[in-house]
Design a protein around this ligand. Structure first.
Ligand code: SF4
Ligand code: SF4
Length: 174
């Protein structure tokens, strides 16, 4: 209806050629076929990968599952200072400290649990840590499980969550 608010603007109306449909369908098939052939011939230009047969390459600094670093005597590098738990915006780090009986260290975590389901992988805990005790460089991202409980990573799990071939020892001095 002329003048109606529902009228289609002139520049959006279909031409006679487009209203026939068949030429446009053939044009769409032609464009799809060209892209298909290009991807078959130039396989190196594909932007998708055949995951999980092909594993993705992570950029430097990719934040994956956490791990806790070790001292030279295989104890946790963590001093239970609570800075990471304080910085965590998701409130998903639980730490209970205990006395070590060593004046150089004073404290260590008796309980250190991260709820990986609540974690938003922001990396603030790693940034906050003053002694390289926690890292997110494991490259592990395929965390699936049958129960929610399995996503509560305790200190034992975190102390042994190192990526294959990586040293568990912190580079920080004692
Ligand atoms: S990555 Fe962020 S959300 Fe996850 S534990 Fe660390 S500070 Fe909390
Ligand atoms: S991981 Fe680092 S920041 Fe967190 S309690 Fe241990 S020493 Fe402190």
């Amino acid at each position: 209806m002329p003048g109606s608010v529902y009228a289609i603007p002139r520049h959006e109306r279909l031409s006679w050629w487009e209203r026939v449909y068949l030429p446009e369908i053939l044009r769409g098939l032609w464009i799809t076929s060209v892209h298909l052939l290009k991807n078959i011939v130039r396989i190196d230009r594909r932007i998708t990968i055949e995951y999980p047969d092909v594993q993705p390459t992570f950029p430097v600094g990719y934040r994956a599952e956490h791990r806790l670093m070790w001292r030279p005597d295989d104890t946790p590098r963590c001093t239970a200072c609570m800075l990471c738990a304080t910085a965590c915006p998701a409130d998903c780090i639980e730490i209970v400290a205990e006395d070590v009986g060593d004046n150089r260290v004073e404290k260590r975590p008796r309980i250190f649990t991260i709820n990986e389901l609540r974690c938003v992988f922001c990396g603030l805990c790693v940034e906050a840590c003053p002694c390289d005790a926690i890292r997110m460089d494991t490259g592990k991202f395929e965390n699936s499980a049958y129960t929610r409980q399995e996503f509560l990573y305790d200190i034992t799990k975190l102390m042994h969550n190192h990526p294959e071939g990586a040293s568990p020892y912190s580079i920080a001095l004692y």
